[in-house]
Write a protein that binds this ligand. Structure first.
Ligand code: ATP
Ligand code: MG
Length: 140
């Protein structure tokens, strides 16, 4: 597998509880390098665009409201097989199903307030990175 980049969000439940550093440490321990990082607060329109794929799901409104409820930390992670590796470090969507040692097992509050987002494929990773970061913010 080649070196990849993936996109990550440390979600409001985690920034609120001062878990940004603990979560970043999990990425770094797994060999993922944080090549870009910033703290922002999304507008409702941005959250609805970002999670547009879920617009028909019953939890869509709740998800978007949650994602704008507090600042988030958006990051670009780089490493060998980064997309799959990040999903592994994150753990299952529902913390009740997540493996021991994963971010969601250790920190998530519920299936909705689950501490992190990570891209699920190369195409979504590229789209999501471009949605939040300009070329100038991405160090080669
Ligand atoms: P993410 O896209 O945030 O990395 P994921 O890929 O593991 O998470 P998705 O199925 O893409 O999971 O769902 C996106 C997000 O929507 C979840 O991370 C969670 O915050 C929320 N979500 C998913 N299922 C539910 C649900 N049943 N009830 C409430 N919120 C949910
Ligand atoms: Mg997803």
């Amino acid at each position: 597998m080649a070196i990849q980049r993936t996109f990550s969000i440390i979600k409001p439940d985690a920034t609120k509880r001062n878990l940004t550093g603990a979560i970043a440490a999990k990425f770094e321990a797994a060999g993922l390098r944080i090549v870009a990082s910033k703290r922002i607060q999304m507008t409702l329109a941005q959250a609805e665009t970002f999670y547009g794929v879920h617009s028909e799901r019953p939890f869509f409104g709740e998800l978007c409201e949650f994602m704008i409820s507090e600042p988030i930390v958006v990051q670009v992670l780089e490493g060998e097989d980064a997309i799959a590796k990040n999903r592994e470090v994150m753990g299952a969507t529902n913390p009740a199903d997540a493996d021991a040692g994963t971010i969601r097992k250790e920190f998530a509050l519920s299936i909705g307030e689950n501490s992190v987002h990570g891209s699920d494929a190369p195409e979504t990773a590229a789209e999501e990175i471009a949605f939040f970061f300009s070329g100038l913010e991405l160090v080669g």
